[in-house]
Design a protein around this ligand. Structure first.
Ligand SMILES: NC(=O)c1ccc[n+]([C@@H]2O[C@H](COP(=O)([O-])OP(=O)(O)OC[C@H]3O[C@@H](n4cnc5c(N)ncnc54)[C@H](OP(=O)(O)O)[C@@H]3O)[C@@H](O)[C@H]2O)c1
Length: 171
């Protein structure tokens, strides 16, 4: 029996609470499919008291997301705060320096610091994954990096329009 993968989640907004909900609802399914259980150990956001519509009482609360990224009982840090600098960047760097893998949905962070962070991840021997930062739930990064690795891709065109997604969701 493998040990659980222990998550620290920084940011409990739209994406962060969605992740908490999925881990809580689908823990058994994920374990069956992945062969390893995913557990949330610690969470961090600005307001400790805000009602987020998900139960986070079972997780340790960290006021400082960077401190959360350094916790010895966190294997993988999920950065869902946003912003290209500040705590998002500091947390990502601290986690990788500590030998932890990082998953981020942060477009701004990657647009400005993506190259440097990718090099830091490689130097530290950890994974930096950002599928959710590129067209949300559409699995395009992995498809390009692995499924289409034998192709010479020079350009990708498309329309990514959040307003359409909003309207379709409401419909
Ligand atoms: N929403 C989407 O559909 C979507 C899709 C793909 C990617 N993304 C990306 O995912 C990330 C999160 O997006 P979101 O829509 O979930 O944002 P959001 O709803 O605004 O949530 C941001 C969360 O981060 C916390 N936070 C912000 N600044 C912080 C700081 N300085 N210290 C500690 N916590 C801080 C906030 O805390 P409080 O709640 O206490 O204020 C909040 O919980 C962004 O990078 C965004 O670009 C979003």
């Amino acid at each position: 029996m493998s040990t659980p993968l222990r998550l620290g989640i920084a940011g409990l907004g739209t994406v962060g609470t969605g992740l908490v909900r999925i881990v809580q609802t689908n823990a058994d399914l994920i374990e069956r499919r992945a062969g390893r259980r995913i557990e949330i150990v610690a969470v961090s956001a600005r307001s400790r008291t805000r009602n987020r519509g998900v139960d986070i009482s079972g997780y340790d609360w960290e006021d400082d997301p960077v401190a959360m990224a350094r916790r010895a009982d966190v294997d993988l840090v999920v950065e869902l705060m946003g912003g290209e600098n500040g705590p998002a960047k500091a947390l990502t760097e601290a986690a990788m320096q500590g030998g932890k893998d990082v998953v981020t949905a942060n477009k701004a962070l990657l647009a400005i610091h993506g190259q440097a962070l990718a090099e830091a991840a490689e130097a530290a021997g950890v994974a930096l994954r950002f599928e959710a930062a590129v067209a949300g739930g559409i699995p395009v990064v992995k498809a390009l990096a692995e499924g289409l690795a034998g192709n010479r891709i020079t350009r990708i065109k498309g329309v990514m329009n959040g307003t359409c997604n909003y309207i379709l969701t409401r419909m």
